[in-house]
Ligand binder design. Structure first.
Ligand code: A2P
Length: 282
């Protein structure tokens, strides 16, 4: 008689899952300074497109205490509120406490996520308007990657202008891919309406490398060149709403320009004509 296989086999011991951890499902590298990744979404997490959450990894062992604590940073959610997965777009800073490690994550790794989304780049912080301007530099494109896939953006506005200023041309790849993907997105074309993406005017510019359009968006607007290229009327408080996300100097300069054009800053508690958020860097 053959030896019988035992009916019950003890499962291999599995490390217990820490609370607030999500599993990485996709990683894409664009340049030596930029990458994006996707992870699972906490079942209970609800957020508004354009918001951010705290994400991170376990830090190094503290030599004094011998303990490890999670290293967390604020990251804009690049995926829309309806998506089953979460997407993030990140810079890689070689000596950055978090991104020096985060840039090495692989599919199957776990990351920490505090499921408490917040942020000002949300439709609720703006009063109704006709035309939406999304102004981004660098990884500040992330919240707009979410809002460009949010049906409300296209329901609320007749026209959406997205400007993205980067130092180099290959830093525009992530944003361009997102915009291109809208044309092929069967779900969004079905839900929002066939050809919804035709409402988008995309204006990518570079400042330190030759590309089709060179210059800072601030200068291109001040000179009137951007309006001419886009074939649109100058900013006005009656029709225009705007969201800004980039480095600090850019945010401040653009904010002053919008104020000078007569637009007022809004907030969740007091919606108005434009909102600003800093792109969080390590
Ligand atoms: P520039 O190359 O002229 O500094 P960074 O990588 O430093 O965050 O910058 C991202 C992009 O934002 C760069 O193209 C940079 O242009 C541009 N930028 C930086 N500061 C401003 C500003 N005050 N107004 C407009 N664009 C800016």
């Amino acid at each position: 008689m053959n030896e019988q296989t035992p009916v019950t086999t003890a499962p291999a011991a599995k490390a217990p899952k820490l609370p607030n951890t999500e599993t990485v499902t996709e990683v894409k590298h664009y340049t030596d300074r930029l990458f994006s990744f996707k992870c699972t979404r906490p079942a209970s997490l609800r957020f508004r497109s354009g918001e951010f959450v705290m994400i991170g990894l376990m830090g190094d062992v503290n030599p004094k205490t011998g303990k490890q604590v999670p290293l967390l940073r604020a990251y804009s959610i690049a995926s829309p509120s309806w998506d089953e997965e979460m997407e993030f777009y990140s810079i890689k800073v070689q000596d950055g406490p978090l991104t020096s490690k985060l840039q090495h994550i692989k599919v199957g790794d776990e990351i920490f996520m505090k499921p408490k989304p917040v942020g000002t780049l949300v439709h609720d912080a703006l009063i109704p308007g006709k035309r939406m301007w999304f102004f981004a530099t660098g990884t500040g494109f992330a919240p707009f990657a979410s809002l460009l896939r949010e049906p409300q953006t296209f329901e609320d506005y007749d026209e959406i202008i997205i400007t993205h200023t980067c130092r180099q041309a290959d830093e525009l790849i992530y944003g361009r891919n997102i915009i291109e993907s809208l044309k092929e997105d069967e779900l969004l074309n079905e839900v929002i309406g066939e050809g919804f993406w035709k409402k988008i005017k995309y204006y990518p510019t570079t400042t330190r490398e030759e590309s089709a359009k060179m210059g800072r968006i601030t200068d291109l607007i001040n000179s009137g060149e951007a309006y001419k290229d886009l074939g649109v009327e100058p900013l006005c408080p009656q029709n225009d709403r705007a969201m800004i996300c980039g480095n600090l100097a850019f945010n401040l300069e653009l904010k002053a320009m919008l104020e000078a054009a007569g637009l007022e800053e809004g907030a969740n508690s007091k919606p108005a004509q434009y909102v600003v958020e800093k792109a969080f860097l390590d």
